[in-house]
Design a protein around this ligand. Structure first.
Ligand SMILES: [Zn+2]
Length: 442
């Protein structure tokens, strides 16, 4: 019972406006979409005029395009501005510093990124706590309340394994959480996780898709029953239907997926209706654009982020590198925020054919492995334009006859591809502990 006040206090001491911010965004979720959009565009106008006045890069950009801040008043107006890439930020690093930076409280952040090259940016302190408030609200769609017991199964990006032992202990106690590292997932480690979960009895478990899935598989294969949480939250990687099923069965609970991108300030969370992920509107504007860089309300395209609160580093139409599928459906839960049906993968998760075509990684996910039995994990590696290696971790259910049909499905994308299947015991994780199912070496 003491956990909620302690949890709130731990945040309040760092950021006194935390609790009011949280209560505010919780209220916000039930507002009609039109009202939310009005609020968003008010924030947008404020941010645009700040960018024009204080950020040299944007001032120059507006001048070059013959635009004034008054030209960007709505979400639709953003189309007048070009897409911002990481390369543009890197080569104009100094010009992205606002004139008033020295008066701001901010953190220096870096993302590992699946491209391997770390990308640096600044995150305003108030924005970090807004992001936390939105995260807790998002978990709240499933039933989470501040201070509820939670176990984390994750690598560095969720803050596991980076702090000293004492810091870690304090952090765990004040926030009522336990952290299990996804870097250590041997048999003995997982037995230890069982003990921790059985004695701690968390209400929820949160972590990387691949780590939780791996653990869930192991529990099932060994027929181990452990404490069942009320729900599992997955993040950071693509949650495939068979993974959702396995996780749900092993922990005997509902699974909720989420999408988050700190550098763009994006977040989207699933509700119990499971119609897609409700897109947050308080921290940023999410645009989904087609090949002509035009906004779409339905369909698949690049995800762009425009930060509304991170004045220490303003991202306007920032290319996240992710692609998303947006739908116009309304959700039965009553929330009117827009729905991201799925994040279909990162742009770099593309394969190329010798004919010069691109094949999206989602092809392998949904069309190929979605219909094949007995594939526990896979990884598609493009060695060269012509050479594709597909690593497979198989269960006993796998029928080798399926290899033939798999080959012909892959070949349907390019007859010139030389495809090799390799059976392996496990798929290696990236340095950040993530599982990549598409690797391009060209
Ligand atoms: Zn909903």
């Amino acid at each position: 019972m003491l956990h909620k006040p302690l949890f709130v206090l731990a945040h309040q001491t760092q950021y006194p406006k935390f609790h009011s911010t949280y209560k505010n965004v919780v209220k916000n979720q039930w507002k009609p979409y039109d009202e939310q959009k009005v609020q968003q565009e008010k924030q947008l106008r404020h941010m645009i005029s700040f960018a024009y006045e204080n950020v040299p890069y944007y001032h120059r950009l507006f001048k070059e395009l013959n635009l004034s801040p008054e030209d960007i008043r709505t979400i639709e107006d953003l189309e007048k501005l070009p897409i911002l890439t990481k390369d543009i930020i890197k080569s104009n690093w100094e010009d992205f510093k606002p004139a008033t930076l020295s008066s701001m409280k901010y953190y220096e952040q870096a993302t590992g990124g699946s491209t391997g090259t770390p990308f640096k940016y600044r995150l305003l302190k108030s924005d970090r706590f807004l992001s936390a408030a939105l995260l807790y609200r998002g978990w709240g769609y499933a039933g989470y309340e501040l201070g509820d017991k939670m176990a984390f199964l994750a690598g560095s990006s969720l803050g596991v394994g980076t702090k000293s032992v004492l810091d870690k202990k304090i952090h765990e106690v004040t926030r009522n959480i336990r952290k299990l590292s996804s870097f250590d997932m041997g048999e003995n480690d997982m037995k230890q996780y069982n003990d921790i979960l059985n004695s701690f009895q968390p209400k929820s478990i949160r972590g990387y898709v691949s780590s939780i899935y791996f653990y869930a598989k192991w529990l099932q294969e060994n027929d181990i029953k452990i404490h069942n949480p009320d729900y599992v939250f997955t993040t950071a990687e693509k949650l495939l239907p068979h993974m959702r099923e396995t996780i749900g069965n092993a922990f005997e609970c509902d699974v909720f997926d989420a999408y988050g991108l700190n550098d763009g300030g994006l977040g989207a969370y699933e509700c119990p209706e499971h119609n897609g992920l409700h897109i947050d509107i308080e921290r940023s504007i999410m645009e989904i654009v087609d090949d002509n860089e035009s906004q779409i309300d339905e369909g698949t395209g690049d995800i762009l982020a425009t930060s509304l609160n991170n004045y220490a580093m303003l991202f306007i139409r920032y290319q996240t590198g992710d692609m998303g599928h947006i739908i116009e459906d309304s959700c039965g839960c009553g929330r009117e925020s827009k729905l991201l049906k799925e994040v279909v993968g990162r742009q770099q998760d593309m394969l190329q054919t010798p004919e010069g075509k691109y094949v999206h990684g989602a092809f392998f996910n949904s069309y190929l492995f979605g219909n094949i039995n007995g594939v526990i994990e896979f990884q598609v590696i493009q060695k060269s334009l012509e050479k594709i290696v597909i690593k497979l971790v198989l269960s006993e259910d796998f029928d080798e006859k399926q290899l033939e049909s798999m080959l012909s499905i892959v070949k349907s994308k390019s007859q010139k591809w030389d495809v090799e299947f390799k059976l392996v015991d496990h798929i290696e994780r990236t340095k950040a502990g993530k599982y990549k199912f598409i690797v391009s070496e060209i």
